[in-house]
Design a protein around this ligand. Structure first.
Ligand SMILES: C[S@@+](CC[C@H](N)C(=O)[O-])C[C@H]1O[C@@H](n2cnc3c(N)ncnc32)[C@H](O)[C@@H]1O
Length: 354
């Protein structure tokens, strides 16, 4: 597979191999890998619909957030060129693809070499051939290089839905989950950089405290940093237990929130998320065609602050003719139906026409 920043379509799509039915104890599968029906929505639509109706995300899938709102602000038109900078499961991409036909094209970027080929195969199976859709394993910080390699001076639509997908969170092997036991990894691309375990083992307490403050607004940053820096935690549960143990004086809910903030801060650091976002925001004006639109979904204040500031600067400098003055939030109906949408904030901007 191509190196990041050296944009190329991802690997050829091979036919799915025959798989034996997964065996599990009890009436219903409990573990991520046992939920084979949820992993295959095409084949088991009824099971998947039941899981969704219960407000959950079927294993191995991702439910796209604020689809109607994103379509409204991006206003995709037939013939336009779009980039989904965070392809994930391809939910948003599929909606955009349907609206830019005939004649349109969508480039899907993702840093994750494990999920990207699966999403590419699903979108091919949904009827989007290489003439209308291409998948690129690339960090979105490398957007200009991806566009140059695909011979696009600029594009009409850009979307970024930041953070990690449900496939990544729910798979214990990826090490993102605060609830599921797995290796303490957290890398979107496991073949690049260092795992969260390696980071913790090497980092100094002052640096870790700064990271907890900057990446997650953690109120007990220094206390937790002193406890965790330089220690070896091989699993997600070992780290979560250490944080809970240190905060035994707090109510269970408060300690759980601290665990979440520690995981978030480490994930952002391991994947260098803020520097990728800053680079992408700097490149935006040059990557958008005149009149082009960009939409960004953020999930915490560190992300939203950066997007808000960059869009406001673009408007002051006359690059953007219009930006979202107020952040757009998911409806109550969506938050109830999909609790994972709760923290989402949508911002958008439109480039000047000429
Ligand atoms: C929230 S999910 C996107 C879900 C997608 N909108 C959908 O409908 O399925 C975020 C995705 O962006 C990817 N990602 C996050 N940061 C990235 C970056 N800097 N460059 C490329 N991909 C990134 C993650 O690997 C993940 O697949």
């Amino acid at each position: 597979m191509a190196d990041e920043h050296v944009p190329q379509p991802s690997s050829e799509v091979a036919p799915a191999p025959h798989r034996r039915r997964v065996r599990y104890s009890g009436k219903n599968p409990r573990r991520f890998e046992e939920k084979y029906k949820e992993h295959d929505p095409q084949l088991y639509a009824e099971t998947v619909a039941k899981v969704v109706a219960a407000g959950k995300t079927p294993a191995g899938t991702h439910r796209p957030i604020m689809v109607a709102e994103i379509l409204e602000v991006l206003a995709p038109q037939p013939g336009e060129v779009a980039v989904d900078c965070t392809l994930g499961y391809g939910g948003h991409a599929q909606e955009l693809l349907a609206r830019i036909q005939p004649g349109g094209r969508l480039l899907g970027l993702d840093a994750d070499p494990i999920e990207l080929p699966k999403t590419e195969a699903r979108l091919r199976a949904a009827g989007f051939g290489p003439d209308v859709f291409t998948a690129h394993r690339s960090n979105f910080a490398g957007l200009p290089q991806v566009l140059a390699a695909a011979d696009h001076a600029g594009v009409d639509l850009l979307l970024a839905d930041l953070g990690v997908s449900s496939m990544q969170i729910d798979d214990p092997a990826r090490g993102f989950s605060v609830k599921l036991a797995g290796p303490l990894d957290m890398r979107m691309n496991p073949s690049r950089g260092q795992s969260a375990a390696a980071l913790l083992e090497k980092i100094r307490p002052e640096t870790l405290g700064e990271l907890f403050r900057e990446n997650a607004d953690e109120p007990l940053a220094d206390e937790l940093a002193t406890l965790l820096a330089g220690k070896k935690f091989s699993t997600t549960t070992a780290l979560a237990d250490a944080v809970r143990g240190a905060l035994a004086r707090l109510q269970r809910e408060a300690a759980d929130l601290a665990v979440r903030r520690v995981f978030q801060a480490l994930r952002i650091a391991v994947n260098d998320e803020f520097s990728a976002l800053d680079t992408w925001l700097r490149h935006l004006p040059a990557c958008l065609n005149p009149g082009g639109r960009v939409a960004v979904l953020t999930f915490h204040s560190g992300e939203d602050r950066r997007v808000k500031k960059a869009f406001a600067a673009g408007r002051r400098e006359g690059v953007f003719v219009e930006i979202a003055d107020e952040v757009i939030r998911p409806t109550v109906t969506e938050r109830n139906a999909n609790p994972r949408s709760t923290a989402a904030k949508l911002r958008w901007a439109r480039r000047v026409a000429a």
